[in-house]
Design a protein around this ligand. Structure first.
Ligand SMILES: [Zn+2]
Length: 414
């Protein structure tokens, strides 16, 4: 409707893309749109098309073989029927105690964060009061939307009633796409249903912070090893999912989070003094990461582009570590050592699992596109960056400031 209000979260992008579009011929734009459609659907098409995609991926990602059909098809079913798949996954694999355990962890980490806000020297008291209220109000959604837990399938039956897979394969794919778009468009002009997960599935290994709802989501699929296991020692869980919980919480209190209040409304809540003091600390982080080079492709990290994630990483590690320390104080000798690793202290093991969860190997092509596209730093710097700034890491491993990875000028936002 003409009177609709549209919220544009990235006006600069729209400005920029408009000028690029204006410079192109209609033919180029048409070709681009058809290309985007075909490349996204080519995986469903006969082998001769898939072979072309494979050649394309070889150049872009450095892959030498196509993904197995089993993986492709399973991913497809999960994309189209994500919530019914999630229901099956949860019933089969998700331990009922996980929600209780992870809720407890989030609350401990949230409390640690509140202490860090209170102690911070750059945030003024006015901003601190709002920050603490906001932190207390963050809603944590763990595992899956509640309605998936019951045996009542009414909602799923209703949401998927129109899905009908008795055409041939490609028409099935196209019809599912239409139904997906229809469901998305039907949400327009209705209030947001806070129970819906919509943009992330319980089967996704990921976590998000929705600034516009002041909530953090941790799907069932990320709540598993090596990040979390209900029977694992807590130092592993805090070094794994605990760090990610801290990272997601921190997103509500940086450059992006400062623009949203505790109800998720777009209201700036930092004083100018707090903004200025934050910027000095932020610039330290930008500089730090600008100096990291991904050796395998000899490309430097873009400190400016990755700053929000780097600041959240830095905060996440501290929150998880201090929350673990706090837990360990009240649960003396509960955490057992792991066979073969008894020579390491529980605190050392915390950091070791943190590093372990980020072990990654990339082809050179993938490394190139990672640096160009990603707002996260490459995994090795997600480990090296935060540990190099953390005095507790030095203490735990007996490192000397200025030697190895340990920075003399430590960048600290929190
Ligand atoms: Zn993040």
């Amino acid at each position: 409707m003409d009177t609709d209000i549209v919220i544009v979260t990235a006006p600069k992008f729209l400005d920029g893309i408009s000028s690029i579009i204006n410079q192109q011929s209609p033919r180029t734009i048409q070709n681009y749109m058809i290309w985007k459609f075909i490349i996204n659907q080519a995986g469903h098409m006969p082998r001769r098309f898939r072979n072309i995609v494979q050649q394309f991926n070889h150049v872009i990602l450095g892959t030498s073989t196509a993904e197995s059909r089993t993986i492709t098809c399973a991913n497809y079913v999960n994309t189209v029927m994500g919530l019914p798949v999630s229901k099956l996954y949860i019933d089969e694999y998700f331990d009922k105690n996980t929600r209780k355990e992870t809720t407890e962890m989030i609350n401990n980490i949230r409390n640690t964060f509140i202490t860090m806000v209170n102690r911070s020297t750059w945030m003024d008291s006015k901003s601190k009061i709002i920050a603490i209220k906001k932190a207390r109000a963050i809603k944590a959604k763990l595992g899956y939307p509640d309605y998936l837990e019951s045996d009542d399938m009414t909602k799923l039956d209703k949401d998927f009633a129109e899905y009908n897979f008795n055409l041939s394969y490609m028409p099935n794919v196209l019809s599912a796409m239409q139904l997906h778009s229809k469901a998305s468009l039907q949400m327009l002009r209705y209030p947001i249903d806070s129970k819906e997960w919509s943009d992330i599935l319980p089967t996704n290994v990921n976590a998000i912070h929705r600034l516009s709802a002041n909530e953090i989501l941790f799907p069932a699929a990320i709540l598993q090893t090596p990040l979390f296991d209900k029977d694992a020692p807590k130092y592993l869980n805090y070094g794994g999912i605990g760090y990610i919980m801290g990272h997601e919480i921190a997103h509500g209190f940086g450059d992006e989070g400062k623009a949203y209040d505790l109800n998720g409304n777009k209201v700036s809540w930092w004083t100018n003094a707090t903004v200025n003091a934050f910027n000095i600390r932020k610039n330290c982080i930008v500089e730090q990461y600008n100096n990291y080079t991904l050796a395998q492709v000899n490309l430097t990290v873009n400190g400016q582009k990755t700053k929000d994630e780097n600041i959240a990483d830095d905060a996440g590690l501290k929150q998880a570590f201090f929350a673990y320390q706090q837990w360990a104080k009240t649960h003396k000798n509960v955490d057992k050592k792991l066979p073969g690793l008894t020579k390491y202290s529980t605190e050392q093991m915390f950091f070791m699992n943190f590093g372990h969860t980020w072990c990654t190997k990339m082809t050179n092509e993938a490394a190139h596109s990672y640096i160009n596209r990603e707002v996260h730093s490459p995994e090795q710097f997600r480990v090296r960056g935060p540990t190099s700034n953390f005095v507790e890491f030095n203490r735990v491993f007996g490192c000397i400031t200025g030697q190895g990875n340990s920075r003399v000028n430590k960048c600290n936002v929190w």
